[in-house]
Design a protein around this ligand. Structure first.
Ligand code: GTP
Length: 521
């Protein structure tokens, strides 16, 4: 066997190294491919993760979007390392923030659960569940996913309780505001004058408003009153419409009759002219014939003939005139009837309007002038004060402890008391004086041309008179008293200012023990 030369040995070594180099090269290529696959998978994973994290906070969103762009452009980990470091910091901050938020929300859930537990008449089972929930909600949770079911649970409790409460149809609680509204509606009803057919219903609503009314009943009362008011307005509107239609028809008929008369007059005028023409032709012909006649007999016969013709003409004319007169009479009669019907319609409507106007100025319960009437009267009186310097006293009278009468004997008794007091006030007036129901149990008196001394005497007399009325409620004898505050109108103040002074005097009278008159000085 031939011995290997050094050169052979060197060649073998080289071949061996070459092989190893190739193997290493192969390995490197495989490693690079693997690395690229891993980077790709990592990039994809980061991409999905970043999309999943989206929406937590703006800064994080911006960083993730930047990272996604960098990874898509150049998935070189070295170049994105600084951004990854920033991102890690932002994620850590976000985690801490989420923890804090979850903690706060858990506290809120706990407080809501506590408040829910404080509601009256909760079923035992519900109370128990709520207790366990409050325990659970105190345990720490680390992610939103752990927290969300807690929230859902509490929402479920609220929902089931709501369903149960709604099913039991518990009435809405009545608040002081509801009571105030009921009172205001009752007062309004006293001031409006409804049609006779609505009065029973209004009385029933008033009685309901005076008692312990529920929120639903109050709403229903408002709805009923609105419906009645709408019906009244509609009736009023239709009455006016009917009157206008009747007026229109009557005027149409009158216009026709006038036109017919006019045409008739024109025809008459034509007939008259024709008659005169015929008569004058005959007269001329007759004159000619008379002048031509030589014999007396001829003349006689001519005259007789002519008289016959004239008589005939006059008869025809007479007949025609009789016919025309009858026609004219008929048409005048028709017109007269239409006008009479219209006049009676108009007068009915006028009465209705006057009655409505009167009712609008009267308080329905006491039949005293109402606030609108008072305003009108005050304007007139104030003008007189300004123009002639007259004295005018404004007095506000208020029944004492009236609420007590309503509360003890009922609203209907209260209403009757108001009527009696109103009548007494009205009867105490002298000529030129005025009283109105101002609202509720308050009345306003206007006393012109009296001195301060006289006004005190007059008002005290009225007060005593009312006190002396022998009221008897459920066999209990009672005397009703009133307090009065009065103020003299001064030339340069507004009505409002005088009223305020009279009101302040009334308040003083109440404060000083009621059943007295206080004059603003
Ligand atoms: N019956 C009835 N009561 C009314 C009417 N208008 C108002 N009221 C009642 O009048 C009462 C007025 O009460 P308050 O303002 O508290 O005064 P008061 O009880 O008269 O007491 P003082 O004025 O302080 O002496 C309320 O209870 C009203 O409901 C009405 O038209 N009819």
């Amino acid at each position: 066997m031939k011995e290997a030369t050094p050169s052979d040995q060197a060649q073998d070594t080289l071949a061996h190294h070459l092989k190893r180099a190739q193997a290493a090269q192969q390995q490197l290529t495989e490693y690079k491919e693997l690395h690229e696959r891993q980077i790709k998978a990592l990039v994809e994973c980061l991409h999905h993760l970043s999309i999943n994290c989206k929406g937590q906070n703006l800064e994080l969103d911006n960083r993730l979007a930047k990272l996604r762009t960098q990874l898509a452009d150049n998935p070189d980990i070295d170049s994105i390392l600084p951004e990854l470091t920033n991102l890690c910091r932002a994620l850590q901050n976000q985690y801490q923030l989420t923890q804090r938020e979850i903690g706060t929300s858990q506290q809120a859930l706990q407080s809501l659960a506590r408040r829910l537990g404080q509601l009256a008449e909760l079923p035992d089972q519900f109370q128990r569940e709520l207790y366990f929930f409050q325990q659970d909600v105190q345990k720490p949770v680390h992610t939103l996913w752990e927290f969300l079911p807690q929230m859902t649970r509490l929402v479920g409790y609220y929902e089931s309780l709501l369903k149960e409460r709604m099913a039991s149809e518990e009435p809405l609680a009545i608040t002081p505001r509801h009571r105030q509204l009921a009172h205001e509606l009752a007062q309004l009803l006293s001031e409006i004058d409804f049609r006779n057919e609505s009065r029973d219903m209004i009385a029933a609503i008033k009685a309901e408003l005076a008692g312990e009314i529920s929120a639903e009943q109050l709403l229903e009362a408002y709805q009923q009153v609105l419906t009645l008011l709408m019906a009244d307005i509609a009736k009023e509107k239709s009455a006016s419409q009917q009157f206008l239609f009747a007026l229109n028809d009557a005027l149409g008929a009158v216009r026709e009759a006038v036109a017919e008369n006019w045409n008739q007059s024109l025809r008459n005028f034509g007939h008259q002219r024709e008659f005169h023409r015929q008569l004058s032709t005959h007269c001329m012909e007759f004159g000619d014939s008379v002048r031509a006649a030589t014999e007396l007999d001829q003349l006689k016969s001519l005259v007789a003939n002519e008289l016959g013709t004239i008589r005939e003409l006059l008869r025809k004319r007479d007949e025609e005139e009789t016919r025309e007169f009858a026609r004219l009479k008929g048409s005048m009669e028709k017109m007269r009837k239409e006008l009479t019907a219209l006049a009676s319609e108009a007068s009915g409507y006028k009465d209705q309007l006057i009655e409505q106007q009167r009712l609008n100025m009267l308080d329905a319960l006491t039949q005293l002038p109402n606030r609108a009437a008072l305003d009108e009267r005050l304007k007139r009186e104030y003008r007189n004060v300004r123009r002639y310097g007259n004295d005018l006293w404004v007095a506000v009278a208020d029944i004492d402890h009236f609420k007590g009468i309503n509360d003890s004997f009922g609203h209907t008794t209260g209403d009757k008391t108001l009527q009696v007091v109103a009548m007494a006030l009205k009867n105490s007036l002298r000529k030129g004086e005025f009283v109105a129901r101002y609202g509720g149990e308050e009345f306003v008196l206007l006393l012109p041309d009296v001195s301060a001394e006289q006004v005190g005497q007059i008002l005290n007399r009225t007060r005593e008179r009312i006190k002396a009325i022998p009221f008897k409620f459920r066999n209990e004898k009672l005397s009703i008293t009133i307090s009065i505050g009065a103020a003299l109108v001064t030339g340069n103040e507004t009505m409002q200012e005088t009223f305020e002074r009279a009101d302040a005097a009334l308040y003083r009278a109440k404060r000083k023990g009621r059943d007295r008159v206080e004059i603003d000085s």
